[in-house]
Design a protein around this ligand. Structure first.
Ligand code: SF4
Ligand code: F3S
Ligand code: FES
Length: 260
């Protein structure tokens, strides 16, 4: 274990009163898999909490002022891109949407498990998401052979459009996969994100695929029958997607197919 306490000096004139007297200690699990000499270890950083501080702000200050080698990902800072997911005090979540005041003064941060580690808190969720999407062919398969724009933009019942939109809000952050016990045991499990994708296209009246087609894709233990209803995906999804309900609908439909 390599404990390296460091201190962040609050930014002069940064505005916003600091929360009274709280000193934060961020314990970060560090490792560089591309460096043969690197050994996973916890590194400790100390800083003063500012009002409205998120983990994004805290990590940014550490990297900017103390340790430029610390690796983590942020793009949108607004819960939209999904790139800042990490394990925060033992639970997957988005660092940019996590306020330090909602945690104790000692916060542990680790990279999402399951995905390929790039370094420290940065993982490659994109590679896994792309391969899952290719496997499910997770895009619209229009019913007619030659797609034309009028067919794509046909009117849709607003209630149905709303249900599809709800599932389209997935930001592919990976929290549902990182928190899922099945995903830990079955490396080919498509995860709640994959099952949610199937649910989305099953709802879409423009999509050509039947339940028979979907059964061939997710009617096994790497698909919907591998899910053990652990529901961590539902609890951890930062976009509050209705994953439990959608997985239950899908399981029922695929079970019906299996009995045919
Ligand atoms: Fe993230 Fe939720 Fe999408 Fe899973 S379903 S990848 S937790 S947004
Ligand atoms: Fe995993 Fe969610 Fe099923 S946590 S086991 S995909 S209900
Ligand atoms: Fe985009 Fe956090 S930085 S979701």
């Amino acid at each position: 274990m390599n404990e390296v306490p460091v201190r962040v000096v609050p930014r002069a004139g940064s505005g916003g009163a600091a929360a009274p007297g709280r000193r934060l200690q961020l314990q970060v699990l560090r490792h560089n898999p591309r460096d043969a000499a690197s050994v996973p270890h916890w590194q400790s950083y100390e800083l003063e909490e500012a009002e409205g501080m998120t983990l994004f702000i805290a990590l940014g200050e550490i990297r900017e002022k103390l340790d430029p080698s610390l690796q983590f990902d942020f793009v949108c800072r607004a819960g939209i891109c999904g790139s800042c997911a990490m394990v925060i005090d033992g639970k997957p979540g988005l660092a940019c949407r996590t306020l330090t005041r909602d945690h104790g003064s000692r916060i542990t941060l680790a990279p999402l498990p399951f995905f390929e580690l790039i370094g420290d808190l940065s993982v490659d969720t994109g590679k896994w998401m792309r391969s899952m999407s290719e496997r499910l062919r997770g895009w619209l398969h229009l019913k007619q052979a030659a797609p034309d724009i009028d067919r794509i933009e046909q009117p849709m019942d607003p209630e149905l459009a709303e249900r599809i939109y709800e599932l389209d809000r997935c930001i592919e952050c990976g929290c549902c996969v990182a928190g899922c016990g099945t995903a830990r045991m079955r490396e080919d499990f498509v995860g709640a994100v994959g099952l949610g994708r199937v649910a989305r296209f099953r709802l879409d009246p423009r999509d050509a695929r039947s339940d028979e087609d979907w059964y061939a894709v997710v009617g096994d233990d790497d698909g919907v029958f591998g899910c053990m209803s652990l529901l961590a995906c539902h609890d951890l999804c930062p976009k509050d997607l209705p994953l439990a309900t959608q997985i239950a609908y899908l399981r029922r439909a695929m079970a019906r197919q299996g009995l045919k």
